[in-house]
Design a protein around this ligand. Structure first.
Ligand code: ATP
Ligand code: MG
Length: 262
């Protein structure tokens, strides 16, 4: 089977073809098909346990797909093709490709003993071997961009949850990713802190970043999303323009779910 994608048209940034994932006998993803085009913002909603996080983790190869295929920017995730055969990538190569993908989690996972700026400087210095002064300059710009230009030397414990999450976004951007994955980035935050984080994500979307956002912030999905996917029980039940899916869901399962979150 060919792993090439047809030339000519713009390549999707992410393409999933019949992606399946099992943990032991538990089949969590049961044939996910979708495409995310460059500069698209795709929001994913769905009940707890439907496989949303697992799908994001497959995209950057933190989880390995059990069957099906997944491409990021034309590259098959976890494999390269040579002489008509697929070869599993070495861990170093997996890590190299993973750098092109920024990931932001519900829990920010900042280094507690490092300042905001140092958290952002870490990967560029250790992975890209940027000089300290270059990394510091970039960290300053990125923290400015997420509205924390005055918090460079603050430690995570001195920042609110929303501020910490914005540092986490700046940190993910520091490797200049071509794709950003967000896994419920605001669901651990106090309600009054959610808006600032969503505003940063909106700006990122406007700047043209390709984003997949698992979120139940339906206002964000409607206004910033280009597409909305409803996942249930390891499959994509419904996908469409956010406004259409939200106001006129075609499937009963989508309707039932939306009636709970809207
Ligand atoms: N490493 C793992 N080992 C075994 N089972 C796992 C593992 N990771 C996830 N699962 C199972 O896969 C299913 C889907 O989990 P996943 O975290 O992808 O769901 P989700 O849609 O993100 O849910 P939530 O909305 O609660 O975050 C769950 O039943 C979970 O228990
Ligand atoms: Mg999840």
């Amino acid at each position: 089977m060919s792993t090439e994608q047809p030339a000519g048209t713009e390549l999707p940034m992410v393409k999933a073809e019949q992606v399946c994932k099992s943990f032991g006998r538990h089949q969590v993803l049961r044939g996910i098909n979708l495409e995310v085009m460059p500069r698209e913002v795709m929001c994913i909603i769905g009940p707890s346990g439907s496989g949303k996080s697992t799908f994001l983790r497959c995209i950057n190869h933190l989880d390995k797909v059990s069957a099906g295929r997944l491409w990021v920017d034309g590259d098959l995730v976890g494999y390269r093709e040579h002489g008509g055969k697929l070869h599993e990538l070495r861990e170093s190569e997996v890590a190299r490709r993973r750098r092109d993908i920024g990931m932001v989690f519900q829990r920010f996972n900042l280094f507690p003993h490092r300042t905001a700026a140092e958290n952002v400087m870490e990967a560029p210095m250790t992975v890209r071997r940027d000089s300290r002064s270059d990394a510091r300059e970039q960290a300053g710009e990125l923290l400015e961009r997420v509205g924390l230009g005055d918090k460079l030397d603050h430690y995570p414990a001195e920042l609110s949850g929303g501020q910490q999450q914005r540092v986490a976004i700046a940190r993910a951007l520091a490797m200049r990713p071509k794709l950003m994955l967000f896994d419920e980035p605001t669901s651990a935050l106090d309600p009054e802190l959610v808006g600032d984080v969503l505003a940063v994500m909106r700006q990122l979307a406007e700047d043209g970043m390709t984003m997949i956002v698992v979120t139940h912030e339906m206002g964000f999905a409607r206004e910033a999303g280009d597409s909305l996917v409803f996942m249930d029980d390891g499959v994509v039940v419904e996908t469409g323009k956010p406004r259409d899916v939200i106001t006129a869901p075609r499937h009963e399962r989508t309707q039932t779910f939306l009636s709970k979150v809207l």
